[in-house]
Design a protein around this ligand. Structure first.
Ligand code: NAP
Length: 282
């Protein structure tokens, strides 16, 4: 993992012996990057709390196996339908995870919306209600998850790692993406703040830009018309050239932050490109 958005190499990996048995929460785990992170974490032997508005499912091969007809309840993931904009529901989900596993070591605020694509003004202006919803999910949702996890870390022994999924759009302006760009810039900054506030309570906080990952969100970007999103061809080209980071690659970098032997010097980090450097920011 490299710092401040300019990846030049994979950096130190996670200490795999330290990962198995640890407890991770991933929001927005019903599909896309969140589902991929969950799958990879499960493969590492982590215990999981997963949520999204649609209750996530975990692939059969990563489900705990029955021994003598019994599945150890402490290995069964918590899978919940949660809207991250509802702090109370999110807090109850976290309490369920803690009740089952005893603690949460890593919390990934991944749930996010691309939101409306289009200018803020003119005949094709983005719908104000969609803008408000994007800000609510991408900013309030992340604030909620951050607060719930920070409260948890304060109440127990040891350290915890918070990863808020950001985007290159936090720093690169894209025409037609005002709500998304603004929301991701907010994610970076709120994460810097909580990193300062909670360091003395054992919380390490990172805003992680995953690079381009081939998900429904990317498909929606590619399907946009040029009038609404003038840079759409760059994203279509990236797909043609298969210039994506896999969820497993992103997961390894998240685990390196949480359980690796080194720490980056900055709160805002970018997962390096897995394939050819794309120069794009999703
Ligand atoms: N894909 C990329 O190239 C890329 C690049 C940079 C950053 N990112 C960021 O990575 C994260 C994941 O993106 P993705 O590409 O995987 O998107 P995606 O395929 O659209 O998946 C988004 C996930 O968020 C969940 N979600 C949406 N609103 C929610 C809410 N209110 N409460 C709980 N869960 C909610 C969705 O599940 P439900 O519909 O079931 O709620 C889904 O599981 C986002 O934060 C995105 O901004 C992605």
């Amino acid at each position: 993992m490299t710092a401040a958005g300019r990846g030049t190499g994979p950096g130190p990996g996670p200490d795999h012996d330290r990962v198995a048995g640890r407890v991770a929460v991933v929001t927005g785990a019903s599909r896309g990057l969140g589902a991929g992170l969950a799958l990879h974490f499960a493969g590492e032997g982590m215990r999981l709390g997963l949520c999204a508005r649609h209750r996530p499912v975990l692939a059969a091969r990563t489900r705990p196996t029955a021994r003598d007809g019994h599945v150890d309840p402490s290995e069964v993931p918590v899978l919940s339908a949660v809207d991250v904009t509802d702090r109370g529901v999110l807090a109850r989900f976290a309490a369920t995870v803690v009740a089952r596993f005893g603690r949460i070591d890593l919390w990934v605020n991944n749930a996010g919306l691309l939101g409306p694509i289009g200018p803020l003004a003119g005949p094709a202006a983005a719908d104000p209600a969609e803008i408000a919803r994007t800000i609510d999910v991408n900013v309030t949702g992340v604030l909620n998850g951050t607060a719930v996890f920070a409260e948890h870390v304060r109440t127990r022994e040891g350290t915890g790692t918070l990863v808020n999924i950001s985007s290159g759009a936090a720093t690169n302006p894209y025409e037609g993406w005002a709500a998304y760009c603004a929301s991701k810039a907010a994610v970076d900054q709120l994460t810097r703040v909580v990193a300062l506030e909670e360091a003395r309570h054992g919380l390490a906080a990172y805003a992680v830009s995953p690079g381009l990952v081939d998900t429904e969100m990317q498909a929606a970007i590619r399907a946009t018309d040029r009038a609404s999103f003038p840079q759409v061809d760059r994203f279509r080209r990236a797909a043609t050239e298969h210039r994506f980071n896999s969820p497993a690659w992103v997961a390894e970098h998240v685990l390196a932050l949480a359980f690796g032997l080194e720490r980056p010097g900055t709160v805002v980090v970018r997962v390096p490109d897995q394939a050819v450097p794309s120069g794009l920011a999703g």
